[in-house]
Design a protein. Structure first.
Lengths: 336, 64
């Protein structure tokens, strides 16, 4: 490997490390959140309106944050706190604050039923204090009606429809990226031997350019179709990240296949045999992971295609490249 | 249009497409495409081919 390549590789690792450290230090671990599907069944006869409960997935840590909003509709009151207990009554997390929106600390949640306990103070003085401090001027209802001198406990039964996915922490992800980069460079070195600089002649370069253009436009077209379908409220039953990964992979695969047919995929100094062996091993690896995910039921969860489908997509893309190489070789053999 | 003059010149030197390609620093497919008339080479590549085959540009690439 040349000195320039080593410096480039180390620079990429350094940038990734700095980004990861910056994310950890700045406390952004829980900032990228995504609401998850839950079914909340009200088991109390009172105050079912105005309370909104939503667990949020704290992506980087793999834990959850529970957010509770209380917007009293008819009966005034102050939500002073909430607790989340498991089925046996053990407290998992709680929060108390004089705000309309509470957010718990991140904690681990599994699929199951939980008891959500709200404490709503129907006290005149407390409410007025709260009103003067926090509510906006244009708040609609009058604070003078319907006060009660009671403390009410409201129980909500929470059923998680989806199992929480285990997201790798940022550092694990960083190591994963580094590992993949090293593997990629090793494979590239293995394919090209001692020479790392790829040599393409003018016709190959023209072919590569045309293929890249084709891949780009396929990707743009797929994105436009995707946005049009999204605008028509089409439910794909596929995770958003998977859709965008598919679009990206589609563009890359079209580029690769087109490049193979235009003689622009392999450089003059590439070892085609080694390349085919490497790609075949990668394809088989992805196939093995795909079978494992399918058996474990990680591809389709509650009718939604999850990230577990990615090895299958990679396997299909690599197979498409291998088939195109085989077709091209066959055509050339016949030509000769 | 097929470039039969190039093919003849190559055969005259007893070179295969692969030999000519290696001597010019291009792929065998590129030489094949030029001979079949599927690809119009740049002047640089034409000159490189002419040098290897000891021919002039007119002799190999000029169309009457």
């Amino acid at each position: 490997m040349s000195k320039k390549k080593v410096i480039t590789f180390l620079s990429i690792i350094a940038i990734l490390s700095v980004c990861a450290c910056a994310i950890i230090i700045s406390g952004k671990m829980n900032q990228s959140q995504q609401g998850i599907c839950t079914k909340v069944i009200n088991t109390s006869d009172e105050y079912d309106d105005g309370i909104f409960f939503m667990p949020y997935k704290a992506k980087h840590s793999g834990h959850y944050i529970v957010r509770v909003n209380y917007w009293p509709d008819e009966d005034p009151g102050v939500l002073t706190g909430f607790f989340l207990n498991d089925k046996d009554g053990n407290r998992l997390v709680g929060a108390t604050a004089q705000k309309l929106m509470f957010e718990s600390k991140s904690f681990y949640m599994e699929k199951g039923e939980y008891k959500l306990v709200f404490q709503i103070i129907k006290n005149n003085e407390q409410y007025l204090d709260f009103y003067n401090t926090h509510l906006l001027d244009d708040f609609e209802f009058s604070p003078w009606d319907g006060f009660r001198e009671t403390t009410m406990l409201m129980d909500y039964e929470v059923i998680f429809e989806r199992s929480p996915e285990d997201y790798m922490p940022v550092l694990y992800l960083l190591f994963g990226v580094c590992g993949m980069a090293i593997a990629f460079i090793l494979i590239l070195s293995f394919i090209r031997g001692k020479t790392t600089k790829a040599n393409f002649d003018e016709r190959m370069l023209a072919g590569r350019l045309a293929s890249e253009s084709k891949g780009f436009w396929v990707m743009i077209t797929a994105l436009i179709i995707l946005f049009l379908l999204s605008a028509a409220d089409t439910d794909f039953h596929v995770e958003t990240s998977v859709i965008f990964f598919f679009v990206l992979l589609l563009g890359v695969t079209v580029n690769a296949v087109s490049s193979v047919f235009r003689d622009g995929y392999f450089a003059l100094n590439d070892n085609k045999k080694r390349f085919v062996i490497s790609i075949s091993i990668l394809a088989l690896g992805n196939l093995a992971v795909s079978v494992f995910y399918i058996v474990k039921g990680k591809v389709l969860v509650d009718g939604t295609v999850t990230m577990g489908v990615i090895p299958i997509l990679l396997f299909l893309a690599l197979t498409a490249i291998l088939i195109s190489i085989a077709c091209k070789e066959n055509a050339e053999t016949r030509e000769d | 249009m097929k470039n039969l003059r190039l093919k003849a010149a190559r055969a005259g030197k007893d070179m295969s497409q692969d030999d000519l390609a290696k001597a010019c620093g291009v792929s065998r497919q590129t030489i094949n495409a030029i001979e079949k008339g599927d690809y119009n080479p740049t002047v640089n590549l034409c000159i490189a081919i002419c040098k290897v085959l000891d021919k002039t540009l007119d002799e190999l690439f000029w169309e009457e």
